[in-house]
Design a protein around this ligand. Structure first.
Ligand code: ZN
Length: 493
């Protein structure tokens, strides 16, 4: 029997405001869409946290035996600087500032995004579609919404008519905003806008002459509104009605509210059963922002090159740290928190290492099966990873007791314990096996020895420029060479 038939998952649904029992639309299948990054800068640590939560959720569904189609898009066009359909396209702006092609910006930061997520041991999604790869689909949806009378064209741009939609539907049902408040609180039109009402949003924008990223359409040479791409890509790959849509809390309004409106206007049914939102990451109690210096790039955690941390941390330690908070809670990123997580992470990994040589007995003094179910119960309760981790530490105590002769375990229970820990620590939480990390450091040693030898040869040839370059660049990578009487040694930080 498939595991999912034995485990009932409850998920906090932003649409209903409570934990609902998860029932997939097609038995045995899960369709999940998560709004991906806008690739105009290095991936933000807060976004890493959001994607990590959905990576864990993806992993859990897979572990339970579901066939999961996980779609996470790349936004490579259409995301303007501000939510009111104004300002420059974020990617085009970066391209202008750096004097490169917009697609060079997209390529650079898509590679950065994948590199960072790989370091954090993310599983790749099933499909990773791009907005620019789905312009035709977006145009077709706009045509259909215009035909239904819920969008209008003005001067080559097309806007969604929120008030008209709200006559028969409920705009605001996801974010809990009501239309009257929105009308009161939305800034008055500045005379520049073609919108009938300020709360309307763009489905298509006519491109200004200087705008490079443009596509032909029945209305103008232009580009799609940001919200539309997710409606096009989610429904193309998951169907008009699918199981789960996720994203960061900041996307609930207007982005996800607009997605619901577009999909309902287009095909008359609500697109998604369960809306999930991951909470924010702050640093040292404050919002993370480049402008204030309260900021850290993900790779600075791994190399320690940031004044907010006292040392470099393994990606798995940072991952462990993030998963020690529930995905719906605000997480405060601090050096003290990381230090504590590092200690805990290594305690857990050492206990897992002990399992390979543990002595077995004729009885077990701990109920492994009941403990195993508590791990499932925690995941079934809206993917409560901190409780899973607390349960893992329960068993760490037991492992030490066996080692000290204060508790016993049978051969078959040991096997069960091992497979359960492996499932939860590695397959579901996505932590990395430290023995794999040890292997890597062996490889590093070989590579550094080779560079030391090359440096010696350079010195023998009086090529001091090269020998200094090797030393300096290794130092930059966190490897310090020390010349002594016995030869050159190295240390890593
Ligand atoms: Zn989206």
């Amino acid at each position: 029997m498939q595991l999912y038939k034995q485990q009932d998952i409850k998920i906090y649904n932003s649409l209903t405001g409570k934990k609902d029992l998860f029932t997939p639309i097609n038995d045995g299948y899960v369709g999940m869409y998560v709004c991906g990054p806008t690739v105009y800068s290095n991936v933000h640590l807060g976004n890493v946290r959001t994607f990590m939560s959905f990576d864990m959720i993806f992993r859990y569904f897979k572990h339970l035996g579901y066939k999961v189609r996980y779609v996470r898009n790349i936004t490579d066009a259409g995301h303007l600087e501000n939510d009111a359909d104004e300002g420059e396209d974020r990617i085009a702006k970066k391209a202008r500032l750096e004097e490169i092609e917009p697609m060079e910006v997209v390529q650079r930061y898509t590679v950065d995004f994948h590199t960072i997520l790989n370091l954090f041991n993310f599983l790749p999604p099933s499909i990773e579609p791009t907005a620019t790869g789905h312009i035709i689909e977006q145009i077709e949806i706009i045509k259909s919404i215009i035909d239904k009378g819920l969008a209008y064209e003005v001067n080559g741009s097309v806007y969604f008519d929120v008030l008209k939609y709200n006559e028969t539907n409920n705009y605001g049902k996801l974010s809990g905003r009501n239309i009257e408040d929105l009308i009161h609180n939305t800034r008055a039109l500045d005379g520049q806008s073609d919108k009938k009402n300020p709360q309307d949003f763009a489905l298509w924008k006519k491109a200004e002459p200087q705008h490079i990223m443009r596509w032909p359409s029945p209305w103008s040479d232009g580009f799609p509104g940001w919200h539309l791409e997710c409606t096009a890509m989610s429904t193309k790959y998951l169907g008009e009605h699918f199981d789960i849509h996720g994203g960061g809390m900041d996307l609930k309004f207007p982005h996800h509210e607009c997605e619901i409106a577009q999909a309902e206007a287009w095909n008359g049914q609500t697109p998604v059963n369960t809306w999930m939102h991951a909470n924010m990451l702050i640093m040292n109690g404050k919002k993370m922002a480049k402008s204030t210096g309260n900021y850290i790039l993900p790779n600075e955690i791994f190399n320690g090159n940031n004044s907010h941390i006292t040392k470099a941390y393994l990606p798995s330690v940072a991952r462990f740290f993030m998963l020690q908070a529930n995905y719906r809670s605000v997480l405060d990123f601090t050096n003290d928190g990381l230090l504590a997580s590092e200690k805990g992470f290594f305690r857990l990994m050492e206990a897992i290492d002990l399992l390979t040589n543990l002595k077995t007995d004729s009885t077990t003094t701990f109920d492994i099966s009941a403990w195993k179910q508590t791990c499932y119960d925690a995941m079934n309760d809206d993917f409560n990873s901190p409780v899973v981790i607390a349960n893992l530490f329960e068993v760490v105590k037991f492992i030490h007791q066996i080692k000290e002769g204060k508790a016993t375990i049978t051969e078959s229970d040991l096997k069960l314990l091992r497979t359960t820990i492996d499932s939860f620590a590695f397959d579901i939480l996505g932590l990395e096996n430290p023995s794999k990390i040890k292997d890597n450091s062996g490889k590093l040693e070989g590579a550094v020895e080779l560079l030391i030898k090359m440096r010696q040869e350079a010195r023998a040839n009086k090529d001091f420029a090269l020998s200094d370059k090797i030393r300096d660049e290794l130092l930059e990578a966190g490897i310090q060479l020390k010349d002594g009487k016995e030869g050159t040694t190295f240390t890593t930080n």
